[in-house]
Design a protein around this ligand. Structure first.
Ligand code: GUN
Length: 286
């Protein structure tokens, strides 16, 4: 069997086209959605992500700006900027690109962002709402994966779902979303004993472990839906996921490629969250 490929690039484009009318309607009412992305330091991968986030906003008529700081900036300067943006009525979403330099207290920075502008969904208030099953802002990558399940008509109720990875950005919120959708969820990590025991039972397998080609075809249950969240750069400069695409393609029922899978969906859901934030604000103002 050869798996059906879930095309994240096409789905992302379809959704972004649909956002344009919402952005226009908000702009007409004086609530043009605005996102600020804060980047500390000059990590090349982060610079690319941030540029794509800003350009993604501009392409659908939103306002977006990038604020960059040298890696040596002190935390208070960044916290003061966040306080200023929290109070700015033209800004609906604030995102601090992670990771931050070592001298930063990441949690303190994320908590400083007003919960109703936290379009990353990383503030404790938003994490708590998601855990309670009443999400306000859903972290963009797992939110994008849920949209891919929706598009592929993947019914999650009662399914065995295995998530490899336990990060706050992907693994944990992904597990919560799957739990909320009625799946039976196991969260593994790179040190899980007998990982194959778990993965080979999975109807839904999400790899977010940050190790190139970590999941191989022999670990996958025939017909499973395999979601590859990884973006790894190989020594030859090529991108590859956490899933060994060639071997898993022959076993899985549906699979996401890298590039062109989950990646384009992450920024799409950031746009969705920012528009949502602007719509909530507009509703309060009406
Ligand atoms: N670094 C890697 N992924 C993300 C993300 O989704 N949001 C932020 N803020 N930083 C990241």
């Amino acid at each position: 069997m050869t798996a059906q490929i879930i095309d994240g690039k096409a789905l992302a484009e379809e959704l972004r086209q649909g956002f344009k009318a919402r952005v226009e309607a908000l702009t007409a009412k004086g609530h043009k959605p605005g996102l600020v992305v804060i980047l500390v330091g000059a990590d090349p991968a982060s610079e690319v992500y941030v540029r794509n986030k800003v350009n993604g906003c501009l392409a659908i008529g939103m306002h977006s700006e990038k604020i960059t700081y040298d890696a040596t900036v002190d935390q208070v300067t960044v916290l003061n900027k966040i306080a200023e943006l929290n109070a700015d009525p033209n800004i609906h979403g604030i995102l601090v690109q992670l990771p931050l330099p070592k001298h930063f207290d990441e949690e303190a920075v994320l908590e400083a962002i007003a919960a109703d502008k936290d379009v990353d969904g990383f503030h404790a208030e938003n994490v708590g709402a998601l855990a309670q099953g009443n999400p306000r802002f859903i972290p963009c990558t797992p939110y994008g994966v849920m949209k891919m399940f929706e598009k592929g008509n993947v019914d999650l109720t009662g399914k065995e779902a295995v998530v490899i990875g336990r990060s706050n950005i992907v693994g944990k919120p992904m597990a919560l979303l799957l739990i909320n959708a009625g799946a039976t969820v196991t969260v593994c990590n790179s040190r899980t004993k007998d990982l194959k025991f778990h993965t080979s039972r999975a109807d839904i397998l999400v790899a977010a472990v940050g190790k190139p080609k970590f999941v191989t075809g022999d670990m996958v249950k025939p017909g499973a839906v395999v979601i590859d969240v990884g973006i790894n750069r190989l020594p030859d400069g090529k991108l590859c996921g956490d899933v060994d695409f060639a071997s898993c393609l022959e076993v899985a029922g549906q699979i996401t490629p890298v590039p062109g899978g989950v990646g384009p969906m992450t920024i799409t859901m950031l746009l969705a969250n920012t528009i949502e934030a602007a719509e909530r604000k507009a509703a309060l103002a009406d």
